[in-house]
Design a binder for this molecule. Structure first.
Ligand code: SF4
Length: 321
């Protein structure tokens, strides 16, 4: 190619992207509950952190509430993929609610680790974002034993009872690289810090970060489809910038894509967070095609095949229907 010939405009589409097994299961649980019991089906918190998914389910008769107190006595309530503290189960039982627990099994795994280490009287350092529902749910399993570590600065202020009995756990949707840095800082303070029995950052979070690293290295701009309250989507924006993209933006859908972002750009990377339906990515690709980026190459970094069964209480009712 002549050095004066402009490079063709193209899109690199990350794979894996979008729905993970836990989100797929949670959304299907609400859909099946609506089919099985009829509307309204109450859902505590956003079932997954995506505005479009929530609106679509609302249109079918799901009612999203912040707390079980807002659910009429005896009604059906679905708990979101992010998990809940035991106190929420107790409140629901006290109100006679029929509960369907759509907590992702990989979040439940972290809850179980917290319970196990608390039973052995360990201090548990939970790396995560303050105020995130998942962190509130996990911390609620053992509030006397768990301290939150939110960001590198908070490492310095942690106090433990016995430095020989300290374990770290984490939110499932963190940046893999940042978490490693936080753990290494914690280990500087507590050399005998114990690791979780297996990775708490889930396969979907780490695979989507691996995939975005690959496309970011070759893209001037990376567009991440996802909602502003989605932890794993926000991490994808940060990782894209850390791994070579000049700019990266989080968009809820195609209408958020700004034409000026594409000035001087020849390669646009596109990916989506674990709570994003593929139709939203299709919309962004259509918008990019309108703006001269019709040539799409999918770049597969990791193969995924994870599936989770629906919550058992729902499966039981579906079987007997
Ligand atoms: S991001 Fe990971 S932990 Fe969260 S719902 Fe998906 S699979 Fe489960």
């Amino acid at each position: 190619m002549d050095s004066e010939t402009p490079r063709a405009r193209r899109v690199l589409l990350a794979k894996p992207r979008g729905y993970c097994a836990g989100v797929d299961r949670a959304v299907e649980a609400v859909e099946k509950a609506l089919d099985q019991y009829g509307a309204p089906v109450y859902v505590r918190k956003q079932i997954v952190h995506n505005t479009h998914v929530v609106k679509t389910l609302e249109a079918r008769g799901a009612v999203f509430v912040e707390d079980t107190e807002q659910v009429p006595e005896g009604a059906i309530v679905v708990f979101s993929a992010h998990g809940v503290a035991p106190s929420v189960h107790e409140e629901a039982a006290a109100r006679g609610l029929k509960t369907i627990d759509a907590t992702c099994p990989l979040v439940t795994k972290v809850h179980n680790e917290a319970k196990r280490f608390a039973a052995k009287d360990y201090d548990i350092l939970l790396i995560g974002h303050e105020g995130h529902e998942e962190v509130e749910g996990t911390a609620g399993e053992a509030p006397q034993h768990i301290q939150l570590v939110d960001g590198l600065d908070s490492v310095e202020t942690i106090e433990v009872r016995d430095p020989e009995k300290v374990v770290w756990l984490s939110q499932t949707t963190l940046s893999v690289d940042e978490t490693e840095e936080t753990v290494s800082r914690l280990r500087g303070r507590f050399p005998n810090l114990i690791d979780p029995p297996s990775d708490d950052i889930c396969y979907a979070t780490s695979n989507r970060q691996t995939a975005v690293k690959e496309i970011a290295a070759e893209s001037e701009l990376v567009i991440v489809v996802g909602s502003a309250n989605s932890s794993n989507s926000k991490r994808l924006v940060e990782v894209a910038k850390d791994y070579g993209a000049d700019a990266s933006y989080l968009v809820d859908d195609a209408s958020f894509v700004q034409e000026e972002w594409l000035d001087g750009v020849t390669t646009v990377g596109v990916t989506s967070g674990a709570s994003v339906p593929e139709e939203l990515v299709d919309g962004v690709l259509a918008r990019l095609a309108d703006l001269g980026f019709a040539d799409v190459h999918e770049v597969e970094s990791v193969k995924e095949s994870m599936r989770f069964a629906l919550p058992h209480e729902l499966r039981r009712d579906l079987r007997s229907a």
